[in-house]
Design a protein around this ligand. Structure first.
Ligand SMILES: NC(=O)c1ccc[n+]([C@@H]2O[C@H](COP(=O)([O-])OP(=O)(O)OC[C@H]3O[C@@H](n4cnc5c(N)ncnc54)[C@H](OP(=O)(O)O)[C@@H]3O)[C@@H](O)[C@H]2O)c1
Length: 239
C-alpha cells in the first residue's frame, strides 16, 4: 500500500511510519524537522520524506497536490498548548493551536482529496479530549472537536466516492507531546501499543478508532451523561 503520514517526525506518526515501512508498505513521511526526516529516510528504502509546514496552505498544495495512488492518508501533525490563566487568556494561542491542529489537517486534506481513489482511507487524528470539557484544554479540545466534526461530515460526502474517512481519538500516549504534561495521565500507553492498536482497528475497517480502548470506553460513557453532570465532573478534576 501507499501511505502518507503527516507528523511523521515524532510520536504516534513516527511509530506508524516505521511500522508500516517495516511491513513493506511505501510511506510518505511528512514533517518540518529535516534531521528527523533524514533519519527516517535512512531507516528504510520504502520511506520517502516531504518537508513542509501544515499551516502553510500554499506549501501543502504544492507538496501534496501531485501525489496520487494513495491507499491511506494519516493526518497526525498537531500541537498542544494549554491555557493557564482563563481570565486573561490569549486568543493568539487559540489561533496557533487551530492553525496546526484544525487548519493544518484541512490544508492537507484539501490538497490530497481530489487524487484519492475509490477504496482510499482518509484518517484524521483528533483526541479523547473532545469528549469532556477538560480544564485548561479550551484551545486544544476545541481544535480536536472541530476536527472530529469536520472529518465526520466530510466522510458523509466522500462516501459516494468510495473514500472512507476515519477519526482516531487517542487517550494518553507517551510522546514528546505528553512528556510536557505536568498532570497525572491515566492509562497512558506507549507509541508501540498505540501504533499496533491503530493498525489493527484500521485494518478491520473501523471508521472511529479509540486507544487505549478501555479509556475510550470510559470517556465515551462520561460523554453520554447529562451536560450538568459532565460539567460537575470536569470541575472536580480541576479542584
Ligand atoms: N500523545 C498523546 O497522548 C495524544 C493524545 C491525543 C491526541 N494526540 C494527537 O496525536 C497527534 C500526534 O501527537 P504526538 O503525541 O505524536 O505528538 P508529537 O510527538 O509532539 O508529534 C507532533 C508531530 O506533529 C508535527 N507538526 C506539528 N506542527 C506542525 C506543523 N506546523 N507543520 C508540520 N508538522 C507539524 C511535528 O513535526 P515537526 O516537529 O517535524 O514539525 C511532529 O511530527 C497530534 O495530532 C495530537 O494532538 C496525541
Amino acid at each position: 500500500m501507499n501511505i502518507l503520514i503527516s507528523g511523521a517526525t515524532s510520536g504516534i506518526g513516527q511509530q506508524l511510519a516505521k511500522d508500516y515501512a517495516a511491513q513493506g508498505h511505501r510511506v510518505y513521511a511528512c514533517g518540518r524537522n529535516q534531521e528527523k526526516l533524514a533519519e527516517l529516510s535512512a531507516s528504510a528504502d520504502t520511506i520517502e520524506t516531504l518537508q513542509f509546514d501544515v499551516t502553510d496552505r500554499a506549501a501543502c498544495r504544492t507538496t501534496l497536490g501531485a501525489i496520487d495512488s494513495l491507499d491511506i492518508v494519516i493526518l497526525s501533525a498537531g500541537v498542544c498548548e494549554y491555557i493557564d490563566d482563563a481570565k486573561h487568556f490569549d486568543a493568539d494561542l487559540v489561533e496557533r493551536v487551530f492553525a496546526a491542529n484544525f487548519f493544518g489537517m484541512v490544508n492537507c486534506a484539501e490538497a490530497l482529496t481530489p487524487n484519492l481513489n475509490k477504496g482510499a482511507k482518509l484518517v484524521f487524528i483528533d483526541s479523547m479530549s473532545r469528549l469532556l470539557p477538560f480544564t485548561r484544554a479550551q484551545a486544544y479540545g476545541a481544535s480536536k472537536a472541530a476536527t472530529f466534526y469536520f472529518a465526520q461530515s466530510l466522510g458523509v460526502d466522500l462516501k459516494p466516492h468510495g473514500i472512507q474517512v476515519v477519526t482516531v481519538s487517542p487517550g494518553f500516549v507517551k510522546t514528546p507531546m505528553t512528556d510536557a504534561n505536568d498532570f497525572a495521565m491515566p492509562m497512558r500507553i506507549t507509541v508501540e501499543q498505540a501504533s499496533a492498536s491503530f493498525r489493527q482497528q484500521l485494518a478491520k475497517g473501523r471508521s472511529t478508532i479509540y486507544f487505549p480502548r478501555r479509556f475510550g470506553f470510559i470517556l465515551r460513557l462520561l460523554n453520554k451523561l447529562p451536560t450538568a453532570l459532565q460539567l460537575r465532573i470536569a470541575q472536580r478534576m480541576k479542584d
